[in-house]
Design a protein around this ligand. Structure first.
Ligand SMILES: [Zn+2]
Length: 133
C-alpha cells in the first residue's frame, strides 16, 4: 500500500493520460492518486517508470503529435486495463488490487536492494496476476 508523500493519505492506482511535450498523448498510464480530494497528489507507479523513461527517450525532444496506448508497451498497464475491462465482480477486482499492492511493495524493496533477479521475478508475477485469480 502506498501513502501520499504530501499529506500521508492512502493512494489508489488509476489509469490516466499523460501529455508529453504538449503533443503526444500517452493513454492508460498507471498512476497513484492521493485519496484526499484536496491534496489529489499524483505520482507514476514505480514499476512502470523505466518503461515511461524509455518511451520518452524514443519520442525525443520534438515528437510528432500522436496518441500512444501505454498498455501496448507495458505489460503491467495491460494487466490493469484487463482488470478494469473484465472485472466481473468488485470482489475479484479487490482481490487483484490487494495482490498488486503486495507485489508493488515487494518491488520497491527489491529495487532498494538493487536485486535485479528479484526485480525481474516480481515483474513477471505482476503480469501473471490475471491467471492466478
Ligand atoms: Zn495527499
Amino acid at each position: 500500500m502506498k501513502f501520499c508523500s504530501q499529506c500521508g493519505a492512502k493512494m489508489d492506482i488509476t489509469l490516466r493520460s499523460l501529455v508529453y511535450r504538449k503533443k503526444v498523448h500517452i493513454l492508460n498510464v498507471p498512476i497513484y492518486v492521493c485519496n484526499d480530494g484536496l491534496c489529489a497528489f499524483t505520482s507514476v507507479v514505480d514499476v512502470i517508470k523505466d518503461d515511461v523513461k524509455l518511451l520518452m527517450k524514443e519520442l525525443g525532444d520534438k515528437p510528432e503529435a500522436q496518441e500512444i496506448l501505454f498498455d501496448e508497451i507495458s505489460e503491467f498497464a495491460n494487466l490493469l486495463v484487463n482488470i478494469v475491462e473484465q472485472g466481473d465482480s468488485e470482489q475479484v477486482i479487490e482481490k487483484m488490487e490487494e495482490r498488486i499492492d503486495e507485489l508493488l511493495d515487494l518491488y520497491l524493496l527489491a529495487k532498494s536492494l538493487d536485486d535485479a533477479k528479484w526485480i525481474d521475478e516480481i515483474k513477471r508475477r505482476l503480469t501473471q496476476i490475471k491467471l492466478e485469480v
